[in-house]
Ligand binder design. Structure first.
Ligand code: FE2
Length: 418
């Protein structure tokens, strides 16, 4: 007897074709995929031809600051730098309980909307390392239904104050999964370059992944991505490296950008764009024409680089909106990056699913295949295009072989005789 049987699925397979099949689950794993599976199950769900997809992947979020918008004040200028100032005030009051409660509430909101894999940054610029400790505890507490990776993120720069270099190494000792950085916010360009070298050194010493907030500015002189690319080539760590944001890439002149693209193709660096946030944060010092402030997603995708989309913030000093819905992120990315061709729309869906899993280094356990862990979602949609266009409802979320969330459809009824 199966634990769970899903009948009449439109299954979005790893090769991106759709198969009309049943899916059987037992012991937390997918054990059979075929039309009209015989046998019974403890729980059978009639999917009625809805889309069955691997879960959404949130590849970039800051859970430690989530749900703090307006505390202690709202960001009036809308800039990254006012956001950092407000967060500096708010984080004086962090406690383990405060961070954990907001992080778990956010993860639950995400799971309801089909997100089962999350990479969160934890600010490690405070000597108490409260945010990190809290997220490491949350990682453990939610592990039965959510996979959480934690990045040691030095929000104020590794060399912004004397203790920060010690704190980031201590964070890796405590168990952070990923080494972070913010070279464009270091005090000088030289410190920025030095910080990238240091991040690679720490990643090798502690055998961790890398995810750097890189060139999140409109300053076309901000060129730390080339330093990341050079380090990736020198160390051969490319597939374990992620460059987040890289918004300055959208402001580089083409002569430099095309040269840089050639270097990037020699790496296997992953890219994360955060279109909801960067369309609002960037371009604030422009009059008109006003820049879009998002990295060159389409060009990177055309070069077969791995690009994913992240939410970045949910109700925090940098972005007061957000619900955790990854289809909102894909929808905004599609518009801002002008990914409107049908293959491009489908690619935007991949950027919140498979591509994110690759960034998180989870490809071997991601996707709906016999033998893999049974993580999947059921969407009220026919295919990827339909899911994005209507920002479809996620009706079922199945995590590690168990039904985690069920959401009923809202019903609309016409009245009178129209
Ligand atoms: Fe970020």
């Amino acid at each position: 007897m199966y634990d769970l049987l899903l009948r009449q699925c439109r299954l979005l397979q790893t090769d991106r074709t759709i198969a009309e099949v049943d899916v059987a689950i037992k012991g937390g794993a997918i054990v059979e995929i075929a039309p009209n599976i015989t046998g019974s199950a403890k729980l059978t769900l009639d999917i009625q031809g809805q889309l069955v997809s691997p879960p959404f992947v949130e590849s970039h979020i800051h859970l430690d600051s989530a749900l703090t918008a307006g505390e202690p004040r709202w960001n009036q200028s809308g800039t990254l730098f006012e956001g950092i100032e407000i967060w500096r005030e708010r984080k004086q009051n962090l406690s383990l309980e405060d961070v954990k409660a907001r992080a778990i509430e956010t993860l639950r909101q995400q799971a309801v909307q089909g997100v089962l894999f999350v990479r969160s940054h934890a600010d490690v610029s405070e000597t108490s390392l409260t945010a990190l400790q809290a997220l490491l505890e949350v990682r453990e507490e939610v592990k039965d239904w959510m996979t959480l990776q934690v990045v040691a993120f030095p929000q104020d720069g590794i060399y912004g104050s004397p203790q920060n270099d010690i704190l980031i190494e201590k964070s890796l000792d405590m168990g952070a999964d990923v080494v972070g950085g913010i070279p464009h916010y270091e005090l000088t360009r030289e410190d920025g370059v030095k910080s990238v070298h240091r991040i690679f050194e720490l990643a090798q010493k502690y055998d961790r992944l890398i995810d750097i907030h890189c060139d999140e500015t409109d300053d076309h002189q901000s060129r730390f991505l080339e330093v990341v690319a050079a380090n990736a080539i020198h160390t051969d760590l490319g597939a374990r490296v992620t460059a987040s944001h890289t918004t300055a890439f959208g402001s580089y002149d083409n002569a430099y950008a095309i040269k840089l693209l050639g270097f990037l193709r020699r790496t296997q660096i992953n890219f994360i764009a955060n279109p909801l946030i960067n369309i609002t944060l960037q371009g604030r010092t422009d009059s008109y024409p006003k820049r879009r402030g998002v990295t060159r997603v389409k060009e990177l995708w055309q070069q077969n680089m791995n690009v994913s989309f992240g939410h970045d913030c949910i109700q925090d000093p940098w972005y007061s909106l957000g619900t955790g819905n990854m289809l909102d992120v894909a929808f905004m990315g599609l518009h801002v990056c002008q990914m409107t061709g049908i293959a491009e729309i489908d690619a935007c869906y991949d950027m919140v699913t498979w591509n994110g899993a690759k960034t998180l280094n989870l490809t071997d356990r991601y996707g709906i295949e016999v033998g893999k862990p049974a993580n999947l979602i059921v969407l009220n949609a026919r295919d990827r295009y339909d899911a994005i266009r209507r920002r479809a409802t996620v009706h079922y979320v199945i995590s590690q072989g168990k039904l985690l969330v069920r959401t009923e459809s809202s019903r609309t009824m016409w009245h009178n005789d129209y």
